[in-house]
Design a protein around this ligand. Sequence first.
Ligand code: NAD
Ligand code: GLY
Length: 365
Amino acid sequence: MKTLHLDLGERSYPIHIGRDLLGRNDLIAPAVSGTQVMIVSNETVAPLYLAKTQAAFSDYQCESVILPDGEQYKNLPTLDSIFETLLSHHFDRHCTLVALGGGVVGDMTGFAAACYQRGVPFIQIPTTLLAQVDSSVGGKTGVNHPLGKNMIGAFHQPRAVIIDTDTLNTLDDRQLSAGLAEVIKYGLIQKDDFSCWLEQNMDKLLARDPDYIAEAIETSCQCKADVVAADEKEAGVRALLNLGHTFGHAIETGTGYGNWLHGEAVAVGMLMAADLSMREGWLTPNDVKRVEDLIDRANLPTRAPASMHYKRFMELMAVDKKVRAGKINLVLYRALGDAFVTDEFDPAKLEQTIEAHRAISNDQE
Ligand code: NAD
Ligand code: GLY
C-alpha cells in the first residue's frame, strides 16, 4: 500500500492506495468520529462490496442507504433520501458518512455530509477509476440541476480516501476508459512527461496490468493533491483541472445526464480545447494529433454528438462555474503540459472548433 497526503492544515487527510483495503479497520478508524456510521452506496456497487466494507465498521452502529444507479439520479430528490435515512435512524451531528461507489455516489455523499446538521465528517471509498484518480480527492461535492451540471454543491473535504484497486476488477471497459480521460487530463495540463508515459503504456492500462494501473492512480492523485493543496477553493490553479469540462459538461447536459459518461464528454472537450488552441496559434497540428491519438487509444470518443451544434454549445456553456461577468472562460493550452485559463479567444474560431468536432451522424458518436 502507498499513502499520499493532501496537505490542508487541520483538514489534511491521507489517500491510501493499494489492494484489498476495503475491510481495513486500521485505515478507517482514525477517520471516523462518533459511534454512528452511514455507508452510502448504490444498487450496483452494494451487492459487490458493501458486506466487505461493513466488516471494517463492526465496532460502530453501521447503517447503509442504497441509491439508484446513474448520473440521472445525482439530484436533490436522491440527496433527500440520504437525509431521510439519517434522520430516521436518529443519526446525530457526530456521525460519519462513507461514500462507497463511483463519482456520483461520492459527490452526493460528500454534499449530504456538508449539509447534514450543518456538516459532518465523511470518508471516500471510490470504486471507479474516475473516482479513484479524481472525484474522491479534493472535496468538491454536489448534485446536478436540469439546467446545469454540478451547479448545486459545496466544498467539503473527506477525512480519508481509501482506494482499493481490486474493486476495478468488476468495472466494465467503457467505465475504465472514462476514468482514463481524467488520467490523461493530468498529463495534458501540467506533466508532459506523464503524457509520454501514457503514450508508451496505454495498452498495459487497458489490459488492467495492476502495477501500471497503480502507478497511474498514484501519479494522478499526487497531481490532484498538489493542485488542491495550492488552491483548495479554485481561486486560481485548480481551474486547470477543468480542462475539457466546459465543453464536456455542455455535452452531458445537452444529451441528458447518463447518456454520455462524464469521462467521455471530457475527452472530446480536451480535444476541442487543443483544436481551439491550435487555431489561436498556441499548439501545432502535431500537438493536436498527439491529444487525439491518446484519447483514441484509450477507446474514448473524439467527436461530440451530431445534435450538439454551435448554438446549443453556447447556450449550455453560458451556465458554467468559470463564467465571469457573462464571459466564458476556457482552459486552453500554451503548450502540451502547460494549460491556462483565458477568456481571450476568437468566438469565430470557437465556432470552427465546435463544428469540426461534431459527429456528422449519430453513428459516428
Ligand atoms: P458513476 O459513479 O456513475 O459510476 C459509473 C458506473 O460504474 C455506475 O454504474 C456505477 O454503479 C458503476 N460502478 C462503480 N464502481 C464499480 C465497480 N467497482 N464495479 C462495477 N461497477 C461499478 O460514474 P464515475 O465515472 O465514477 O463518476 C462520474 C461523476 O463524478 C460525475 O457526476 C462527475 O460530475 C463527477 N466528478 C466529480 C469530480 C469532483 O471533483 N468531485 C471530479 C470528476 C468527476
Ligand atoms: N475535477 C475538478 C476539480 O476537482 O477541481
